[in-house]
Design a protein around this ligand. Structure first.
Ligand code: AMP
Length: 288
């Protein structure tokens, strides 16, 4: 099995109409484990195309009553075509399992890179924020709100290009996860309060991520969930003196982490922001 995917062919994987089965793939090493199953490196035998195969156990989906939602969201993700949105080429199932044929992200989780480096350079952070902004603008145009953007859901391809993964099909499991495990850090005030929300929740999350990329920790981190909740509601934002971060980057963060969702910087304005214009790589590829 080769490490990099060969160039995609027009036929085979790109045709979502095709009926797939497990015998069409050579299964390789496990890439990771999620809430509902495992992800494996795999090769489509006919085209030699390398993909990631996500295996979900039907029993789990039924247990959490996610069947209809999973189907709907898989249909949404199959229709999304953007360089910064992980492709879902298709899916198939057998008696026990559902298999998702996903674009392979050779660079793995951005989260792992962030933990390894501690924090990112302004150039890297701005490139990722610009890529995310473009992907979100595309999704919003298609009436898709992700609402669960966090470093674990951001993957990198072999060139270091960011890919949004895990397309919101786990809306219910997500809300459960927040209450059970306390990952409130990326949620906008209107979401932690359970109020009606719209696309602007993703803009808030961009501010949280921009902060975390540059400082290595999310801005409202606290000992307990209750304290994180309080800090988010107060927009209790402060910038540590180290690492040294430019005033322009802080300006962008401050203009995204605004409690009134209608006053947050819009996606097109993020792309015009001087910090992005100055630092983001126009190709969305980050120097190592
Ligand atoms: P998930 O079930 O989506 O949370 O995936 C579990 C783990 O598998 C992730 O945290 C990644 O490390 C890895 N993974 C998932 N999808 C891919 C992919 N398309 N390419 C490479 N690694 C992946």
């Amino acid at each position: 099995m080769t490490a990099h995917p060969p160039k995609p062919t027009k036929q085979s994987l790109r045709s979502s109409k095709r009926q797939w089965s497990i015998s069409d793939f050579d299964i390789g090493k496990p890439l990771g484990k999620g809430k509902f199953g495992r992800v494996y490196l795999a090769r489509e035998i006919k085209s030699n195309y390398i993909i990631a195969l996500k295996v979900i156990f039907k029993e789990q989906i039924e247990k959490y009553r996610l069947h209809h939602q999973l189907r709907r969201e898989m249909e949404i993700q199959t229709g999304l075509r953007h360089p910064n949105v992980l492709r879902l080429y298709g899916w198939f199932h057998d008696a026990e399992r559902i298999f998702l044929i996903l674009e392979y992200a050779h660079g793995g989780e951005l989260y792992r890179q962030l933990r390894k480096l501690g924090h990112l350079s302004e150039r890297q952070a701005a490139t990722y924020i610009a890529s995310l902004t473009q992907a979100l603008a595309y999704c919003h145009e298609k009436d898709v709100i992700h609402r669960d953007i966090k470093p674990e859901n951001l993957l990198l391809d072999h060139e270091g290009r960011l890919k949004i993964a895990d397309f919101g099909w786990s809306v219910q499991s997500r809300s459960k996860r927040h209450t059970m495990c306390g990952t409130l850090d990326y949620l906008a005030p209107e979401m932690v309060e359970n109020k009606a929300h719209d696309y602007a929740v993703d803009n808030w999350t961009l501010g949280v991520l921009c902060y975390e990329f540059l400082y290595g920790v999310p801005p409202f981190e606290a000992e307990s969930q209750k304290d994180t909740f309080r800090r988010i509601m107060k927009v209790d934002l402060s910038f540590p003196s180290t690492p040294d971060v430019s005033a322009e980057a802080k300006n962008l963060i401050t203009r995204l982490l605004v409690k009134d969702s209608s006053k947050r910087l819009s996606l097109p304005k993020i792309l015009e922001h001087p910090w992005i214009v100055k630092n983001a790589d126009p190709m969305g590829i980050c120097p190592k």
